[in-house]
Ligand binder design. Sequence first.
Ligand code: ARG
Length: 455
Amino acid sequence: MKLWGGRFQKNTDRLLDDFHSSISFDQRLYKYDITGSIAHAKMLARVGVISDREAEQIVAGLKAILADIEAGSVEFDVAFEDIHMNVEQLLIQRIGDVGKKLHTARSRNDQVALDIRMFMKDEIKQIQQLLKELRETLLNIAEQNKDTVMPGYTHLQRAQPVTLAHHLLAYVQMFERDSERLQDCYKRTDVMPLGSGALAGTTFPLDRQFVARELGFSKISENSMDAVSDRDFAVEFCSAAALIMMHLSRFCEEIILWSSAEFSFIELDDSYSTGSSIMPQKKNPDPAELIRGKSGRVYGDLMTLLTMLKGLPMAYNKDMQEDKEALFDAVDTVKKCLMVFKPMVATMKVKKENMAAAAGGGFTNATDLADYLVQKGVPFRRAHEIVGRAVLYCIQRGKTLAEMSLAEYRELHPGIEEDVYTAISVEQCVRARKVAGAPAPEAVQAAIDAARSRL
Ligand code: ARG
């Protein structure tokens, strides 16, 4: 018989058992479910709802179930719907009637909210750790590439020279914000809902603070209806996860472009590339493409949660069981992508000469020539126009600004002197950009040091 079978005269249809059960996916919450139940049983004894002896039996029974699940010797049953009732049923089978006291002053509605929150707290910490390791890796590569000049782009057209270090630091910023967002989400996840019952609390004098302390929560929920119907923390997590995936995906897009023959800025290690079944020459950046592709799943997970929740009246509704697969998928996808991404960038070969050559073409030093004229007293807008004409002149003759003779420069503006050539060398263009947050090696070193100290 079902644990809730008392008011029913017929069994549920087999099809419905399958349809409404969540055990196939929520079994991964078993450890949190049992740990939560142990704290609940201890608290029931503490406030005198059950005896100490009964609590001891329940706790011992639950610990044995945990060990057996971990050893792989427990078979869950769809007839018991979810992890909560499977564990409770196992307990009753093993310790008899005392086991029937565990669910006093509790509902699966506050129980599932507790389990997911405990799960999310662990996962958030793990993802923050992965983000930290990725930031460390990027900072190490940056440290070695403070002088690796490359073109910076806008509109994917060469714009101004930067360095690879500076480019990577942009991503360090993104991943730092991602970690902050997770921290913020953690604060709202770290709220203990047990004691809210089905929706209206309980008539028993529970010590909710005790349960919160036992389970390492910093506070207890303040409204029983909110506590069982709130999945904001899951939405917030998926939103933070979607941003992480968006950042990874943009980075992957660059890795894919950079490994093409047309850019040839990097080469992925053989251990992070794959071949083609027909074209023998191919070496493809598949892991980067897969991460880019998987961003869609996580956006989908966020949309799943928002859509599932939008029409729900207070308080718990069974729709909410649909939260778990989306949440698990977002957690698993983000973790896997971060795990693959880090070694992929750590092992990639940087082709410094090609980056430098690309930075030297495309007139990336045109702004610097204009800045040079400004130093000679020419108003910027006028300098812009003069340099624009110089660029056109060069394009028509197939040369670069550095290849113009001093005589040609003097035609443009009589104030131009020999020192123009140093001023517009790409190395100097980078070195001169010393303002805080800019690509000059000293500014980049300061940014690296600051980012490291925040790690
Ligand atoms: N399996 C359910 C879920 O994941 C647990 C709560 C069920 N509560 C209920 N009243 N049906 O949401």
